[in-house]
Structure formats: structure tokens, C-alpha cells
Design a protein around this ligand. Structure first.
Ligand code: ADP
Length: 344
């Protein structure tokens, strides 16, 4: 069953006034796939998830599961009456219940011992059903919450930063196991994360959020190969954004004057845009009037240099030359290595 958001907007009104947290959100999380909501803190991810979960009432727009309206203004069934399962960052297991009882909680009639054993086994907790949550590690608790959320076989699973409290090595394992279980069960999943690596690793589709809007929705490959804006490109390719204006045959950029030939494609004269640049494609030449080297980080054959403009803007380049802090360089991008996005 797909999960469809139609024209969702949401505002919080509090002591300090009104905050527009979401505007005109419209996308479909495809059936049986994992869709990541990716964005920095405050971009609106949790608000959107909470609207689907029934933890916040929908103010405008609607949310449907498999074509059936689940929530809309005035239509606000509680979480337990929705065909959704929830997994939170901290697991949110019932502390006074054993792991087996936690898993049994959402099952009709409490589920059979066999079914609960099966779920413990699937999530790698075989033999630990009689423990209480505080007797498990953080990673094990997250496995238990995954089992609790998946055992009732919800049509949709909503996960809010489910791996955030687990250390990095375990996180990768947990992520892999989680992806396998969700694919096997064919559960339509929305997973909130602020970590691009996590989104690339686990998602079939990614909705990139910025300031309460979805700025791009696509497969990891789409976002990597065809970013809709410089900011999406910067999130995924480890690239940097440099503002620029075309002035005849040159680009006047915030990092100095660059040749027009560094961009692929054409741009109107006088246009302002953002350049997406990768450190490896930026050469540099010694120049007294250039940018100052403020940090040198050796990477084997080459070094990563941090250059600074007089007004404090920074850019990273890679160089095989012997460079010391305090030296000055002009940036020379490789021909056609830079992508340009017109300013909106
Ligand atoms: P994210 O999950 O991406 O970090 P949120 O959905 O939590 O983003 O927040 C989106 C915006 O709404 C932010 O500007 C945040 O400050 C604001 N916000 C979130 N919850 C509340 C609230 N209860 N009251 C007022 N503003 C809120």
C-alpha cells in the first residue's frame, strides 16, 4: 500500500508566534519501498511523520494509505486506529514489560509463543525474550522496537531517526538487517534521517526537505546524478557551493575570477547562479593576490587545503604541491568540471 501526502501544510502557534513548519508537501511513498525523509534539523521531517502517525492533527491537505483517506482536517484517528507501525529514536519500549511482552503487545490476543520467538529470531534477539528493556544494549532495544512495530504487520511503518542512538559500527549492521527485514515483509516505510549516508544506504527513494518543503524526490541515483539544486548536490556528492555571476568570458565568483570554460553548458550573460564544485576538480596556482591557505591536511600523495577569502569564506581544494599555511593561491577549476544552477 502506498502512503500519499496531498498538499499538506502545517503551522505551530505558540508563545513566540506562528511557525510555518510545512508547506505544500505532495508526494507518494511507493508501496513496499523504503522512502527516507532527509533534511537538516528543523526542516520539518518529524512534523510530517507525526501527522502520518496521528500524533498531530492534519490542518490542511490529506494523507491516504492505498488510496483510502487516513487523515485530513477533522479526520484524525488516533495512532492505534491507523494501519501504521511506529519506531522512535529511543525505542520507546514499555520499561515494565519483558521484550517478549513488548512484542506481544500489538498482536491480536497477545500472539502465540511461536510467533514471538520467530520475531525475536528475525531481529537477532533469540533467547532474550524474558529480559527487560534495561537489560539490553541500545542496539538490541532498537531491534526489539523494530520487532514490536513489525509483528502486527502494519501496512506502513514510520521510523523517526531509528538508528541515531546506536554507535556507528552497530548502526551499519542494524541498518542492513532492518533493510532486509523491511524488504522481505514488503512494508511501505518512511524513515526520517538527517544523515545523507544513511539515506543513500537504506532508501529506495529519498525526499529531500528544506525549510518545510520537499525540494527533490527521487531514487538515490537520481539525486546523486541529477541534483535539482546546488544544495541537493552538496548534500550528496560532498560538493561545495560557490556563488557566481557570468561577466562576458569570465565568472566572477565568491572565490575569485574563474574561466567560463569550467562550466558544462551555457549561461546567459549577467546571470547569477550557484556553482557546485568538488575539491578533487579544483587545481590551484601560487598567486600573491589569491586566497590564503588556512589549513593543510595530508592525504597520502595529495593534501587537502582549506583556502580562505579576505571576508572569511572558505573552500577546500586538493593539491599535490608542497603547500604551507599562510601561502596564497588562485583557484583553477578543471574545464567543464563545474555544474551551474541558476538562482531561483
Ligand atoms: P525536523 O524533524 O526536521 O528537525 P521539525 O518537524 O521538528 O523538524 O520542526 C520543523 C519546524 O517546526 C522547526 O522550525 C521547529 O522549530 C518547529 N516546531 C517543531 N515543533 C514545534 C512546536 N511544538 N512548537 C513550535 N514550533 C515547533
Amino acid at each position: 500500500m502506498s502512503l500519499e501526502f496531498r498538499h499538506i501544510a502545517h503551522a505551530y502557534t505558540g508563545r513566540t508566534g506562528r511557525v510555518e513548519a510545512l508547506s505544500d508537501i505532495a508526494f507518494t511513498a511507493p508501496a513496499g519501498k523504503i522512502t527516507c525523509l532527509l533534511g537538516s534539523s528543523g526542516s520539518g521531517k518529524s512534523t510530517l511523520l507525526n501527522l502520518a502517525a496521528g500524533l498531530l492533527p492534519v490542518q490542511s491537505g490529506s494523507i491516504s494509505v492505498g488510496g483510502n483517506e487516513m487523515a485530513a482536517p477533522g479526520v484524525n484517528p488516533p495512532p492505534e486506529a491507523r494501519p501504521v507501525g511506529l519506531v522512535f529514536q529511543d525505542g520507546a519500549l514499555f520499561p515494565h514489560m519483558t521484550i517478549a511482552k513488548n512484542i506481544a503487545f500489538g498482536l491480536p490476543g497477545g500472539g502465540s509463543a511461536g510467533v514471538i520467538e520467530q520475531w525475536l529470531d528475525r531481529v537477532g534477539l533469540a533467547g532474550l525474550g524474558e529480559r527487560f528493556p534495561h537489560e539490553l544494549s541500545g542496539g538490541q532495544q532498537q531491534r526489539a522496537s523494530l520487532a514490536r512495530a513489525m509483528a502486527p504487520e502494519p501496512q506502513v511503518l514510520l521510523m523517526d531517526e531509528p538508528f541515531a542512538s546506536v554507535d556507528i559500527v552497530l548502526r551499519r549492521r542494524l541498518r542492513r538487517d532492518c533493510r532486509r527485514l523491511l524488504r522481505e515483509a514488503g512494508t511501505t516505510t518512511i524513515l526520517v534521517t538527517h544523515d545523507p549516508e544513511e539515506a543513500l544506504d537504506i532508501a529506495d527513494h529519498i525526499a529531500v526537505m528544506e525549510n518545510g518543503r520537499i525540494i527533490q524526490f527521487g531514487t538515490p541515483e537520481d539525486l546523486h546524478e541529477r541534483p535539482a539544486s546546488a544544495s541537493v548536490g552538496a548534500i550528496f556528492g560532498g560538493a561545495q557551493i560557490v556563488s557566481a555571476m557570468r561577466d562576458g568570458d569570465v565568472l566572477r565568483t565568491s572565490m575569485g575570477v574563474w574561466p567560463l570554460s569550467c562550466i558544462a553548458g551555457d549561461l546567459p550573460d549577467g546571470a547569477e547562479f550557484d556553482l557546485l564544485v568538488h575539491a578533487e576538480t579544483l587545481g590551484c596556482e601560487a598567486d600573491e593576490a589569491g586566497l590564503e591557505v588556512v589549513d593543510v591536511h595530508p592525504l597520502g600523495v595529495a593534501s587537502r587545503l582549506l583556502l580562505q577569502t579576505p571576508d572569511g569564506k572558505e573552500i577546500t581544494v586538493q593539491s599535490t604541491a608542497t603547500v604551507k599555511e599562510g601561502m596564497r593561491y588562485r583557484i583553477v577549476p578543471q574545464t567543464r568540471s563545474v555544474r551551474a544552477f541558476l538562482r531561483r
